[in-house]
Ligand binder design. Structure first.
Ligand code: MSS
Length: 363
C-alpha cells in the first residue's frame, strides 16, 4: 500500500494502492478509489475482523460447509449444497462498519480511525432466509431475535462470550435477509465471510456475520460481548450496556469522493456516493460554500434498490480560491443527513454532512 504498509497474507489479492492498512484486521478503501463506482470491486472493499479469519481450509470444499438452524419448527443442519437448491436472489446492499466516519468526531475515540472507506456497495447472491425458514416449518413465533454465529475458532482457555462473533437482530429482518455464497458475481472470498455469510440489507456491517455456522431464533439477544456491551450507542464517557441502542439499521448518508484537494478553476465534476440506509436515496444536494447554499445534484446510473448506494454528480463552476464541498442526502422515507451527528463514546454512526465535507483549493 502507499503507506508502505504491506497487505496481510489473507488479503494479498487485494489492490494495495486503493487501501489504507490500519492493522491486519482493519483495511480501509481510499476515498479517491471509491470514485463514482456503482459497485465496489472486491479488490477494493474494506476489511474488518474482530478475530483472525479462519483457515482457508473452510473454502476448499465450499458446498460441504454446514450450518445449523434452531428456533424453527424442525431444527436441522444443512450443507451449502442443500441451500443452493432452495432458492436464489440477488440484493445490492451497502456494507458499512458501524465506526465508519469515526475519524471525523472531534472527541478522542478508541477503535480504528475510519474516515469514509469502511463502506462499499456490494452485489450479494444467495437464498432468501425466509425460504429456508419456511422449509423448516417456520419460526417459533415466541422468539423475537434472529441470532447468527460466526465460524471462527475460539482460542482455548478464554470465555467464548468475550470474543465470539455472534449477533442478534430483531426477527423482522428475516424478510430482507439472505444467506449469501456469492459476492460481486464470485464465490465470497474467505476474507469477506465465505463459504456462507448472513446478509441483513440496511443493517450495519457487524450484523452481517461471516462464515455463518449457526442461525437461531432466540428468546434473548446473544450473551456475546459484541452484542451485550459492544456496538451500543451511548454518551461520551459511558460504558456499554444492553439497554442502549444497538447498531442495527443504518441511516441516510453521503460523501464526496472527487475532487478531494486541488483542482483547476472552471467547470468541475463534483461526485460522490449517497445511501439511504433502509430506504432508497431520493435526493442529493451539493454545496460549494460549506453548506450556506445547496444545489440539487444528479444520480448516475441505475437505481439498484433501497439498500444500494448511488453515485452522484454536480457540474459546478468553481472560481479560484478555497471551497468547502459538502453533500447532503435525503431518503425515500424523508430523512435527511443532519449537519452534525451527536458525539458518542465509540464514535459510531457518523452521518453528519459537515464532518464529511472536503476543503478544496481551486487555482
Ligand atoms: N463476522 C465474523 N464472523 N467475524 C467478524 O469479525 N466483523 C463484522 C462483520 N461480520 C465480523 C463479522 C464487522 S464489525 C464488520 S464492519 C463487517 O463484518 C466487515 O465485513 P468485511 O467483509 O468488509 O470485512 Mo463493523 O460494524
Amino acid at each position: 500500500a502507499q503507506d508502505g504498509n504491506e497487505l496481510p497474507d489473507y488479503v494479498a489479492w487485494k489492490d494495495a494502492n486503493d487501501l489504507i492498512v490500519h492493522s491486519k484486521q482493519t483495511l480501509e478503501t481510499r476515498r479517491a478509489a471509491q470514485g463514482a463506482a456503482l459497485i465496489t470491486p472486491s479488490n477494493d472493499l474494506y476489511i474488518r475482523n474482530n478475530l483472525p479469519a479462519p483457515s482457508d481450509e473452510i473454502v476448499a470444499d465450499r458446498d460441504a460447509w454446514e450450518i445449523s438452524f434452531e428456533g424453527v419448527a424442525n431444527p436441522a443442519t444443512m450443507t451449502l449444497a442443500q441451500l443452493k437448491t432452495m432458492g436464489v436472489e440477488t440484493v445490492v446492499s451497502v456494507l458499512q462498519c458501524s465506526g465508519n466516519g469515526r475519524a471525523f468526531f472531534a472527541h478522542e475515540t478508541s477503535g480504528t480511525q475510519w474516515s469514509v472507506g469502511a463502506a462499499g456497495n456490494v452485489v450479494w447472491t444467495g437464498v432468501p432466509l425466509r425460504a429456508v425458514i419456511d422449509a423448516l416449518g417456520g419460526e417459533n413465533a415466541e422468539l423475537p431475535w434472529l441470532t447468527g454465529t460466526g465460524g471462527e475458532e475460539i482460542p482455548p482457555g478464554i470465555d467464548p462470550t468475550t470474543v465470539m462473533v455472534e449477533r442478534s437482530v430483531p426477527k423482522e429482518a428475516i424478510d430482507q435477509a439472505i444467506l449469501a455464497w456469492e459476492m460481486n458475481g464470485e464465490p465470497i472470498p474467505l476474507a469477506h465471510g465465505g463459504p456462507l455469510r448472513l446478509i441483513v440489507p440496511g443493517y450495519f456491517g457487524v450484523n452481517n456475520v461471516k462464515y455463518l455456522k449457526k442461525l437461531a431464533l432466540t428468546a434473548e439477544e446473544s450473551p456475546a460481548k459484541i452484542q451485550q456491551s459492544g456496538y451500543r450507542l451511548r454518551a461520551v464517557g459511558e460504558k456499554g450496556n444492553a439497554s442502549q441502542p444497538s447498531m442495527f439499521e443504518m441511516s441516510v448518508k453521503s460523501w464526496i469522493t472527487s475532487p478531494l484537494m486541488d483542482t483547476a478553476s472552471g467547470k468541475v465534476q463534483i461526485h460522490g456516493v449517497a445511501m439511504g440506509g433502509t430506504s432508497a436515496p431520493s435526493k442529493i444536494e451539493v454545496s460549494v460554500d460549506g453548506g450556506e447554499t445547496w444545489t440539487e445534484a444528479k444520480f448516475i446510473g441505475p437505481d439498484m434498490g433501497p439498500y444500494a448506494w448511488r453515485p452522484f454528480v454536480l457540474i459546478a463552476e468553481l472560481a479560484a480560491g478555497d471551497h468547502v464541498l459538502a453533500s447532503r442526502a435525503t431518503n425515500a422515507a424523508g430523512d435527511s443527513q443532519p449537519a452534525d451527528f451527536e458525539p458518542n463514546e465509540r464514535g459510531y454512526g457518523n452521518n453528519g454532512w459537515r464532518a464529511h465535507a472536503v476543503d478544496v483549493t481551486v487555482s
